[in-house]
Design a protein. Structure first.
Length: 195
């Protein structure tokens, strides 16, 4: 699009200048032909032209043609330069466009584990990981509180059982001592009775 615009501007600049050169050269040649025609003599239906004027007209025509050829060559060289410049600009624009696309891609993506991921996908992935971690933390907290409650109940039951066992041991010891005394008393009674 830019190339066609630059080319259009170039032709707009070149065409009017070429027409001015062409018009001024044509006017000069036209005036010279008119002067030769007016200065010529008539012979029957022919015009007799002086040789000097004809040679001067020929030189002027050849000079005009040569100068126009030079101007055409200059314009063609300028056109060629402009075309090359346009091609360079077009190539540069293509390179810049590719760089811009790469920069936009780099700006819109994040490298994650060595692979580019768009920012929206990266954000979705990160929030998914956060949600999963929150769910796992919640499950862990519930399991921990449940395990803590069970272990507290087990410690409480152990404490009760230990106190019951201690009281049982105490009662059993007292009972054993009482029975031991009674046995000793009975043994002593038997010894006294057998003597």
């Amino acid at each position: 699009m830019k190339f066609t615009f630059v080319l259009f501007l170039f032709f707009l600049m070149c065409v009017p200048q070429a027409e001015i050169y062409k018009a001024s050269a044509q006017e000069r040649l036209s005036n010279q032909f008119d002067a030769v025609f007016q200065n010529s003599n008539n012979f029957q239906e022919y015009k007799v032209v002086k040789r000097d004027e004809l040679e001067m007209l020929k030189r002027s025509s050849l000079d005009s043609v040569a100068s126009l050829k030079i101007k055409i060559e200059d314009i063609q060289k300028e056109l060629q330069i402009q075309t090359q410049l346009t091609m360079q600009i077009k190539d540069s624009l293509k390179v810049k466009s590719e760089e811009l696309q790469k920069l936009l891609l780099a700006q819109d993506s994040i490298s994650f584990l060595g692979k580019p991921i768009s920012k929206s996908n990266y954000s979705l992935l990160m929030w998914s990981l956060v949600l999963i971690l929150v769910v796992l933390l919640t499950v862990y907290i519930f399991r921990f509180s449940s395990a803590k409650r069970i272990s507290n109940d087990a410690v409480e039951n152990y404490t009760k059982l230990e106190s019951e066992f201690d009281s049982y041991k105490q009662k059993a010891l007292e009972k054993e001592q009482k029975l031991g005394r009674q046995l000793q008393d009975e043994i002593n009674k038997h010894k006294d009775a057998s003597k």
